[in-house]
Design a protein around this ligand. Structure first.
Ligand code: SAM
Length: 234
């Protein structure tokens, strides 16, 4: 008699419960907001995120010839860095906003012609890639926008598409400055789909529950904006 086995995710095997919070991810709102922001978003990257991108790139160990995925590319500044570091490999990206994904691909192909770079509109909670497709996965400033259960689903998807021993580099908005935290809460109350909420302190525990091995953890600031870079191995 044929038997069927149900494959459990690492978090489910460990009985992990996502942390309690009331934040809900509303994909349609997020898509609408980021579609609208795509032409001006590079300014925010330049002012607040580019230093953390550089740190994540060096810690992720991306070298030429790799298969690399960026999840939630935004307007594509980090994606272009990844493509430049990997001209003979393959670099893929996804973003839930079709405008962001299209811009990311256009900018990378214009700046670095002839490379294998592809970015598509897709959701981090269900990625259109086979198991073990990538040597490295990079994701910057996405998890703040997701509900607690969506974060676990996204981490599990990242683990699924990484090859064994592949690297995951996450960049999160930092929580180390109480004044920044107050400012963030205020603005996020007005524009939740844009800023989400702060939750970086919960992430290492969830990564561990999803069976990632933490390798680096670094905090930095740029124009007052705090970031945290966490790198782990599958
Ligand atoms: C704060 S921006 C960060 C962009 C870029 N990673 C950076 O470092 O500047 C968040 C991005 O995540 C995308 N996003 C939000 N939810 C997503 C999801 N579930 N799957 C894929 N992308 C998502 C948004 O469209 C937006 O482009």
């Amino acid at each position: 008699m044929a038997t069927s086995t149900v494959r459990q995710s690492p978090a489910a095997r460990r009985g992990t419960r996502p942390f309690e919070d009331s934040f809900r991810f509303l994909p349609d709102n997020t898509r609408r907001v980021y579609d609208m922001l795509s032409p001006i978003y590079p300014v925010s990257t330049m002012l607040f995120h580019s230093n953390a991108h550089k740190v994540a790139l060096s810690l992720a160990g991306v070298t030429d010839g790799m298969r690399v995925l960026e999840v939630a590319t935004g307007s594509g500044e980090m994606f272009s860095r990844l493509v430049r570091s990997n001209p003979n490999g393959a670099t893929c990206g996804i973003d839930i906003s079709p405008n962001m994904a299209a811009r990311t691909q256009r900018v990378a192909r214009n700046r670095i012609p002839g490379v294998k770079a592809h970015c598509q509109a897709s959701d981090s909670r269900q990625m259109p890639f086979r198991d073990g497709s990538f040597d490295a996965v990079v994701c910057c400033y996405l998890l703040e926008l997701l509900g607690a259960e969506d974060i676990v689903r996204t981490l599990e998807e990242m683990r699924r598409v990484l090859r064994p021993n592949g690297k995951l580099a996450l960049v999160l908005t930092g929580q180390q400055d109480p004044a920044f935290n107050v400012w963030h809460k205020f603005i996020a109350g007005i524009a939740p789909a844009f800023l989400g909420r702060l939750m970086e302190t919960r992430i290492p525990e969830l990564m561990d529950a999803c069976e990632f091995e933490l390798e680096h953890d670094q905090q930095l600031r740029q124009t007052w904006y705090p970031s945290r870079v966490v790198v782990a191995r599958r």
